[in-house]
Design a protein around this ligand. Sequence first.
Ligand SMILES: Nc1ncnc2c1ncn2[C@@H]1O[C@H](COP(=O)(O)OP(=O)(O)OP(=O)(O)O)[C@@H](O)[C@H]1O
Ligand SMILES: [Mg+2]
Length: 380
Amino acid sequence: MSKELIRLSDCTMAFDDEIVLDNLNLYIKDEEFLTLLGPSGCGKTTTLRIIGGFLVPTKGDVFFDGVRINDVPPHKRKVNTVFQKYALVPHLNVYDNVAFGLRLVKPKIDKKEIDQRVREMLEVVSLKGFEHRAVSSLSGGQQQRVAIARALVNRPKVLLLDEPLGALDLRLRKDMQQELKRIQQQMGITFIYVTHDQEEALAMSDTVVVMNEGIIQQIGSPEDIYNEPKNAFVADFIGESNIVDGIMRADGVVEIFGKKFECLDSGFEKDEPVDVVIRPEDVDIVDTRAGQLIGLVTSVTFKGMNYDIIVDFKGFKWLIQTSDFCPAGSKIGIHIVPDGFHVMKKSKYSGLYGDYSSYSDEYEELSDADEAEEGSEDEK
Ligand SMILES: Nc1ncnc2c1ncn2[C@@H]1O[C@H](COP(=O)(O)OP(=O)(O)OP(=O)(O)O)[C@@H](O)[C@H]1O
Ligand SMILES: [Mg+2]
């Protein structure tokens, strides 16, 4: 997986002067599982369409195996796409849907080889025995697997997948995540996968590319992205994060709430203002006398594995996940080990994320909005 296969170099995409991708630089290695992750509208599908050849970037170059392919049309690229809507041919059965593309290949592939390859693919996606079923009679997950078999049967080097599991329920989604990962590894194909679901991205990928507003925020392994987010946007988008203002007093010493804490971060200027991430699961609850900080529990939500509690420290509200029950109204002490801090440079996202003071208000607002919506439904 070390060889570079695809490269986007300084790629910008504008529609009517509106820049939707801003100077993207990215490379994808052979046999890599790379995921483009980001909120709606950040440019994921646009990036995928540039790689697939459905869009030509306004500026910049696309390389495949070192060769510039800006002007190579989609069908001449060694790339196939699985879209969110599976686009199966409804009046054909499973077998013919998978064979469809192979029958169009010139020079013609002989019947025996088509048969062998279709059956092989149906086995890979666990649909052996489904050959004669009408695709309309299949479940969502089965249809999805037909679409994947069809995209893989002509052995592309690269498969582009645009939110392929978006229409499936959570349970099936998780099963299909495993399935896709297995197929990718078994067939040794490069997958470029699009999702806005951070859990899915972390579970499946070798490399995650976090995007926002047409700009790559960070590229890294799932562990890197989670443990070492580059800025407040990434920290907030990947998992839950308390993000507070801090000052880096020295290597390994960060100050928050006017108190110095030992951390593992270094390389900042002395007294540099920073953003400090503390994950909800990295906070230990201790006796108030032993606490590095003391806070007031303002709400408790049972989550099965743990409680989500909101704790007020000097007016700043943190989310803490704990298996200890701490009733609302109680005072608690907290302890954070040096490894529990992650210090980031200030960015344009500083101050925008990582504050849970609106946690409960948010729910109230949501339910208010629901009621308002229901009201207007009634009026119609
Ligand atoms: N053909 C087009 N003409 C004009 N604007 C476009 C066009 N295609 C995409 N855009 C705009 O580019 C931006 C990025 O769109 P894109 O479809 O890449 O987002 P996305 O990250 O895939 O979002 P989602 O998660 O909602 O699918 C959006 O603001 C979108 O409106
Ligand atoms: Mg999209």
